[in-house]
Design a protein around this ligand. Structure first.
Ligand SMILES: NC(=O)c1ccc[n+]([C@@H]2O[C@H](COP(=O)([O-])OP(=O)(O)OC[C@H]3O[C@@H](n4cnc5c(N)ncnc54)[C@H](O)[C@@H]3O)[C@@H](O)[C@H]2O)c1
Length: 315
């Protein structure tokens, strides 16, 4: 019989700060690119008409996870969360269950972490300003993680002005409109992806874009013309080409695998990142189970150090 911690979302967000999320996310991309971490494709289980469940497994650094998470868009109208679920953490040596962790909090930390590590790898060295388009749950974490890397002077834009103002106040940045946010050195888009929020005419030389909102088929935040002007990077080709920001460009025949670099290969030195000061880089994030694993490991480490409040369950 094992007794394991059951860790709430609030406890996760207390245990892991933005700087740790960035560091762990980068570690995940690097390990996966080196072939040291395993990540089978995620599995979708449709639940019509409400949405779908996703099962996201990964293994690395002696641990294994399964994230079991929803995307139920209709839940908003019912006053319920769109994204909810749990992450199961196991010992990859013995198979022993180690923890049950709330997973929306893990998702936010690793999503913010991905935006930040893409800027670390691809933004110009003198990039200083940030624009966040879509300042909801995950956009806010992108802002926090970029702030933890020292990016300042940010512009927060959201179709709900109160969301932009809240994030701007928290980070000491300012609220602005979409065009102002899109004009910054590093631009992060984290909207539902119902309509493009980056137009071709928004782009200027040397920018870095992190497109996070389009993480499923049919979503897009960046116009095709803008994608054509960028050097392209993704978290993983299989996910990005099937349901990420690049998927509509792939379907239109405008982008092929050879022209898209997985971000982890930049960290391992196997592929070049930014090549010139002028080029515009675009990172398509769809969200990987290896990122979840990296954050879950940080939470578990903190719990072992006695830094996380958790109830326990006997299995
Ligand atoms: N890439 C990843 O790893 C990853 C991870 C989590 C979520 N996501 C995706 O990111 C998106 C946002 O998720 P969330 O949980 O932050 O949602 P959310 O509802 O908390 O935030 C979305 C925000 O975008 C704003 N918005 C909507 N349309 C806009 C527009 N046209 N211009 C400016 N702002 C606009 C909304 O007002 C809201 O504040 C979703 O599509 C989600 O599936 C991606």
């Amino acid at each position: 019989m094992s007794e394991i911690p059951v860790i709430s979302g609030d406890a996760v967000l207390t245990a892991v700060d933005a700087a740790t999320a960035v560091e762990r996310t980068r570690h995940a991309f690097e390990r996966h690119a080196r072939g040291e971490w395993a990540m089978p494709p995620k599995v979708y289980v449709d639940a019509p008409p409400n949405g779908d469940f996703r099962a996201m497994p990964a293994r690395g650094d002696g641990l294994a996870i399964l994230k079991w998470v929803t995307s139920f868009p209709g839940n908003s109208a019912r006053g319920l969360p769109v994204v909810r679920g749990v992450l199961l953490l196991s010992d990859a040596g013995t198979g022993e269950e180690l923890a049950v962790i709330e997973c929306a909090s893990i998702t936010s930390l690793r999503t913010g972490g991905a935006a930040a590590v893409s800027a670390q790898a691809l933004a110009r060295e003198d990039a200083a300003t940030v624009g966040i388009v879509g300042c909801g749950v995950n956009g806010a974490w992108a802002g926090r993680c970029l702030a933890a890397l020292g990016y300042g002077d940010g512009v927060c834009a959201d179709s709900r002005p109160e969301a932009a103002e809240r994030l701007a106040a928290e980070l000491g940045w300012r609220a602005g409109d979409r065009a102002e946010a899109a004009a910054q050195d590093v631009v992060v888009t984290v909207t539902p992806g119902d309509a493009p929020v980056i137009a071709t005419g928004d782009l200027r030389a040397g920018q870095h874009l992190a497109a996070l909102g389009a993480d499923a088929h049919g979503k897009a935040e960046v116009e095709l013309g803008a994608i054509r002007r960028c050097r392209l990077f993704c978290d993983e080709w299989a996910q990005a080409s099937a349901g990420g920001e690049l998927s509509h460009a792939v379907a239109a025949g405008a982008v092929a695998e050879e022209s898209v670099t997985p971000l982890g290969r930049v960290f391992t030195g196997d592929a070049p990142g930014r090549r010139t000061r002028e080029e515009i880089t675009l990172f398509d994030s769809t969200g990987l189970a290896i990122q979840d694993l990296a954050i879950a490991a940080a939470v578990y480490d903190a719990w072992k150090r006695g830094e996380v409040e958790a109830t326990t369950a006997r299995l």
